[in-house]
Design a protein around this ligand. Structure first.
Ligand code: NDP
Length: 449
């Protein structure tokens, strides 16, 4: 066994011992660390400096209580978190997730992945993530506002435009960012650059809402182009029907694909004539309804209650999972392979389990990991920070073009790095090594901090 392999295994074993029970976090560790071994074999100086051992420890974890009152006057409490994982490349940057499943393990996995994702964008941002186990579903606007105000009362002590800049994620969209921003302003001062994903009328960036979904499709577009192919007439499965899913569907359709599925946590829609995007936006964005409402209004759509999109046995050439972590198990991945999938690109973070990823690799499917393929959201967030510092707003075309270029660079970096390690089709290896290399270099240059 090489020195690098022994070193990496020791770190993995230590984390499995210390963080027992943090299933998602350990899953992310086990996905990244073995691939980084190949890089460390050529960089013994980083082993000597224990860069990886230091990197896997978050710089800071903040946990706090969030008391709030519901519409009936009940006194409620939730847990709030912010993981400030790594600031070697810039201020901590990463979304806030409001979902009942949120816990330390999920946020640590998301923040850990965010370090490499942000590094891949080539922009000056470190990695962080936060959120709460608060469930926004079924809550009134007043309840959401009171929760956001209480959450920010504590979070405001730990963030700032040059320190930590949160954005949205599951359950946190423009409405929540607006309430959080208003609360921050009242507690501290007007600082446009303290949050990203802001509405356009107070210094949000054009194309930020669309950025993750569009960026995902741009990533795949560049991969297809290199293979002398395109989205035209491709049959695409999408999961989720939130921010990422809706704009991935929009851009894939614009490039000529036929998207036939979308989902929420209660079931999925199969619409062989193609998803009606206007109807989907009306149901999900405007009226905040469930997907059953889409099926009720579109006769060609079949609603499969309680089922996963990935259990559908129909032709699928490109799969874009855009809902949540671990939604594609090994078994579901085998179904996708049988359906003829050629490309799986992750809009969500870690939607494929370790078994699913191996099934894709074994079948020769192009697997595009979330840390590369869904980096468009954070990239445009960083562009929003630049606009806020300049006190300027850029036009949609300018932001969209930069997004496309950033996604092309990320794609090329992953592919070239994978090729350097003689694994041209292994974009996961390419993403992990390229993301890690920059952070390791910066950490080493900054000394033992
Ligand atoms: P939204 O809250 O807008 O939408 C989430 C969608 O996924 C909804 O359709 C939701 O259904 C579904 N979903 C959530 N949890 C589950 C679950 N446990 N099982 C099945 N379906 C579920 O979130 P986003 O679109 O912003 O985020 C989706 C994914 O993309 C997440 O993994 C997020 O981390 C990732 N991501 C988001 C970015 C962004 O810019 N927003 C950037 C990069 C990654 P329901 O309505 O029923 O809850």
């Amino acid at each position: 066994m090489t020195n690098a392999k022994k070193y990496v295994q020791t770190i993995q074993e230590k984390l499995h011992q210390q963080d027992r029970g943090e299933v998602e976090f350990l899953q992310a560790i086990d996905e990244v660390l073995p691939t980084v071994t190949h890089f460390l074999e050529n960089h013994p100086e980083y082993i000597e400096q224990n860069i990886l051992g230091i990197l896997v420890e978050p710089e800071r974890i903040i946990q706090f209580r969030v008391p709030w009152q519901d519409d009936q006057g009940n006194w409620c409490v939730n847990r709030g978190y912010r993981i400030q994982y790594n600031s070697a490349l810039g201020p901590y940057k990463g979304g806030l997730r409001f979902h009942p499943s949120v816990n330390l393990s999920i946020l640590k996995f998301l923040a850990f992945e965010q370090i490499f994702k942000n590094s891949l964008t080539g922009l000056p941002i470190g990695g962080g993530k936060g959120g709460s186990d608060f469930d926004p579903k079924g809550k009134s606007d007043g309840e959401i506002m009171r929760f956001c105000q209480s959450f920010m009362l504590e979070l405001s002590k730990h963030i700032g435009p040059s320190l930590d800049v949160p954005a949205g994620d599951i359950g946190v969209g423009g409405r929540e960012i607006g309430y959080l921003f208003g609360a921050y302003k009242r507690i501290k001062q007007y600082d446009a650059g303290v949050l990203t994903g802001k509405p356009l009328n107070f210094w949000g960036s054009k194309v930020r809402t669309e950025a993750t979904g569009y960026g995902l499709v741009y990533f795949v577009k560049h991969l297809l182009a290199q293979e002398q192919d395109s989205f035209t007439d491709k049959t695409v499965f999408v999961s989720g029907s939130g921010n990422v899913a809706i704009y991935a569907i929009e851009k894939a359709q614009a490039l000529g694909a036929k998207v036939v599925t979308c989902s929420d946590s209660s079931g999925f829609i199969y619409d062989p004539t193609g998803i009606d995007l206007d109807l989907l936006k009306e149901v999900k964005e405007k009226n905040r309804q469930r997907l059953t409402e889409y099926a009720a209004q579109k006769t060609s759509a079949v609603y499969h209650e309680g089922k996963s999109v990935w259990s559908l046995e129909e032709v699928c050439e490109i799969a874009l999972p855009c809902a949540t972590q671990n939604e594609i198990t090994g078994e579901l991945a085998e179904i996708l392979v049988k359906n003829g999938v050629q490309i799986v690109a992750e809009g969500a973070n870690m939607p494929a389990t370790v078994e699913a990823v191996s099934a894709f690799h074994d079948a020769g499917v192009w697997y595009c990991p979330g840390k590369a393929a869904n980096a468009g959201g954070v990239a445009v967030s960083a562009l929003e920070m630049s606009q806020n510092s300049q006190r300027l707003t850029w036009e949609s075309e300018q932001v969209d073009q930069q997004l496309d270029e950033i996604m092309q660079t990320i794609y090329e970096t992953c592919r070239q790095t994978a090729a350097e390690y003689d694994e041209e089709k292994n974009l996961l290896l390419g993403a992990n090594i390229a993301g890690f290399a920059k952070v390791a270099e910066a950490m080493s240059a900054q000394g033992l901090v």
